[in-house]
Design a protein. Structure first.
Length: 183
């Protein structure tokens, strides 16, 4: 009987550890950046990461969100704040240099990231809870658009997920960022 309880206890501990280990890895990635073909959260240890998913051809949401976000980050002026932009448009956002130039127009302390393929992008977006969908626009010069959720993800300086911000009211965004960056 003692062996059965020990086995159940061991199984419980193993399951508990597996749950926490898998959750810890849930937000990590291996993406192309200007630094490496396999950039991960580990490469940004010591920085407080603000992660945003979008694309450069986005006609309104991405540029508006990045403008508001950069204005708040400049106001807070924390040396640890660092913005990561993960593109949802692997067809058009291929040039990492151009993507970084576009991103740094909004906020200089930032890095753009590109998934190696659609399958990898789908896995990352699923882990973060990002919803996106390509919409064909046959009679448009854009050819297609990407409808996507608009949320900001916060990763602490030890590469741990802290929170997501989906209320992008400017006052709430500032409050959430200040709270995160002062921790």
């Amino acid at each position: 009987m003692k062996k059965i309880f020990a086995l159940i206890g061991f199984s419980f501990i193993l399951g508990f550890a597996a749950f926490f280990y898998s959750d810890e890895k849930n937000y990590d990635f291996s993406l192309r950046s200007e630094f490496s073909q396999n950039t991960s959260l580990e490469d940004f240890k010591g920085k407080k990461l603000i992660v945003y998913f979008g694309y450069t051809f986005c006609p309104d949401v991405c540029s508006t969100t990045l403008s508001m976000l950069s204005e708040k980050l400049r106001r807070i002026n924390s040396p640890k704040a660092y913005l990561l932009f993960i593109t949802l448009d692997l067809q058009r956002d291929k040039d990492i240099k151009a993507l970084n130039e576009w991103l740094r127009y909004f906020y200089p302390h930032s890095t753009a990231l590109i998934a190696p393929n659609e399958k990898s992008l789908q896995k990352i977006t699923k882990n973060y809870g990002v919803i996106y969908h390509k919409i064909d626009l046959p009679n448009s010069a854009m050819q297609y658009s990407i409808a996507h959720s608009n949320e900001i993800y916060l990763i602490d300086s030890d590469s741990n997920f802290k929170a997501s911000i989906n209320d992008l009211n400017p006052k709430e965004l500032l409050r959430n960022l200040e709270e995160f960056l002062k921790e």
